[in-house]
Design a protein around this ligand. Structure first.
Ligand SMILES: C[S@@+](CC[C@H](N)C(=O)[O-])C[C@H]1O[C@@H](n2cnc3c(N)ncnc32)[C@H](O)[C@@H]1O
Length: 449
């Protein structure tokens, strides 16, 4: 029996032991699984020219899952460019995954997935087994039938939502660090302290492409080293782990033990520890001439202390730049307007209809504006704030941001869809701005200072 790939989009094994394929025309066909898996590989049916393979072509499923949005697990593995270095196709034992509450949008990291693990949420329990075998955007139900959507965490999610042993360098700062280092895949970088492993993972992802780059990550505390090692190993099935040498010890002592005083082989150093000025001389002995030392300091006073250390001790370092990395995230949401006097040109009902479509996907939460005795609805405070004034105060900077509500007209609306929709657009009400300062120093030759 040959199953043409064009005709079959998903093939899976149900708990009942039935093999199900979703036919291109929508019909569902069943065959006995034993008849297929009991065959030697040579006699198994063909799928896209290959013998059907239990691990590759089948996932455990329930009937409800067959009704869920179709996921084609074959699209990634048949990519002519080779295996994708992105998220895994399907969750498996040991993975850390992200579950997004389809009602509130709240996200939670789950894992590593185990045979008998489970996660308890406000809306019920999900056994890890219910996640294993599922692909991205699959719907996972709690025992109370509350829906979560499965995602494979991005590096940003992974860092922001993971439990912490130290204060991590946040993704926005990690990216600025890489920019200041001018990081490239063949670089040899020294990092101290390792802390949670957040920055380590960002650095490792760049140098792990097989171009010979390496990260030496040093921390005084063995517990931090172990935690960070696990943290790096569990992301994307450990694909960046081999690029890192984790070492427990004092930065100065490790550098003295690893490098001779004349071997300036390190392309760059990142310092995120309590007293970075105490280690400037040690690092300036190992960094290549013109190589960068990036120092993370919580306030600018410490930045000055760092530069004064260089001046007083005539260290072979020069100040290059200081960076404060601010990032302002914006909230963009379609808004439902539920009473006539607030309608903009009769667009409200249309808007509500369109928003409803977004809700079904579980992706976009709509703000609802509706009247209430004596004022606007308390529960809809977000949207209400935005409409009360024509401008809102961005709490991070005190800067006034105009046009909290905007109406847009799509250039070519699909038949039956509204010609205009009202949108809330304003900065989010939680701080994503300042965290610290990054100082970049450059190494020069000894005696040049
Ligand atoms: C703020 S945390 C680093 C956070 C890390 N950058 C991250 O992304 O998670 C500071 C770390 O420096 C380590 N540390 C302090 N003094 C050190 C030293 N002399 N040598 C090596 N590590 C040190 C601490 O144990 C701590 O884990």
């Amino acid at each position: 029996m040959s199953l043409a790939r064009s005709a079959w989009r998903v093939v899976s094994v149900g708990r009942s032991g039935a093999v199900a394929g979703v036919h291109g025309h929508g019909a569902i066909r069943f065959a006995a699984v034993a008849a297929i898996l009991g065959q030697s590989p040579r006699n198994r049916p063909l799928l896209g020219g290959q013998a059907v393979h239990p691990a590759r072509h089948f996932v455990t499923t329930t009937e409800a899952e067959l009704r869920a949005p179709i996921e084609d697990s074959t699209t990634c593995s048949t990519d002519p460019m080779g295996p994708k270095l992105l998220a895994p196709e399907r969750a498996q034992l040991g993975d850390v995954v992200m579950l997004r509450d389809m009602k509130s949008g709240k996200r939670t990291l789950v894992g590593p997935l185990t045979e008998d693990g489970a996660i308890k949420s406000h809306a019920g329990v999900i056994a890890h087994r219910a996640i294993i075998g599922k692909g991205a955007r699959a719907q996972i139900l709690t025992h109370k039938s509350h829906g979560f959507m499965l995602h494979f965490p991005t590096l940003e999610d992974y860092v922001l939502f993971a439990p912490r042993t130290a204060t991590p360098i946040y993704p926005k700062d990690a990216h600025a660090v890489m920019q200041l280092l001018d990081l490239s895949p063949d670089h040899h970088i020294v990092e101290a302290g390792t802390g949670t492993g957040s920055l380590t993972l960002h650095l490792a992802r760049v140098v792990s492409g097989g171009s010979g780059g390496r990260i030496l990550s040093i921390d005084l505390r063995a517990t931090h080293t172990t935690h960070a090692e696990n943290f790096v190993s569990r992301f994307r099935r450990g694909r960046y782990r081999d690029a890192v040498d984790f070492v427990t010890g004092d930065l100065g002592e490790v550098l003295a033990a690893r490098y001779t005083s004349t071997s300036r082989v390190v392309d760059g150093v990142v310092l995120d520890l309590l007293n970075p000025w105490a280690y400037l001389e040690a690092v300036s002995r190992v960094v290549k001439p013109d190589g960068a030392i990036v120092v993370y300091v919580p306030n600018i006073t410490q930045g000055i202390k760092l530069l004064d250390e260089i001046r007083v001790h005539r260290l072979p370092l020069v100040f290059d730049k200081a960076l404060e990395v601010t990032q302002r995230e914006w909230d963009l949401r379609p808004v439902k307007i539920k009473w006539p006097e607030m309608k903009a040109g009769g667009a409200a009902e249309d808007a509500a209809a369109d928003v409803g479509a977004s809700d079904a996907d579980g992706d976009v939460g709509a703000a609802v504006l509706e009247p209430k005795a004596g004022g606007l609805s308390e529960s809809e405070g977000d949207a209400a704030d935005a409409t009360r004034s024509a401008s809102v105060d961005s709490s991070a900077s005190g800067e006034v941001v105009p046009n909290a509500i905007a109406t847009v007209a799509p250039a070519a609306p699909r038949t039956g869809l509204p010609t205009s929709v009202d949108w809330i657009c304003r900065p989010v009400n939680y701080a994503t701005g300042h965290t610290a300062f990054l100082l970049k120093l450059k190494c020069i030759a000894w005696g040049e200072a």
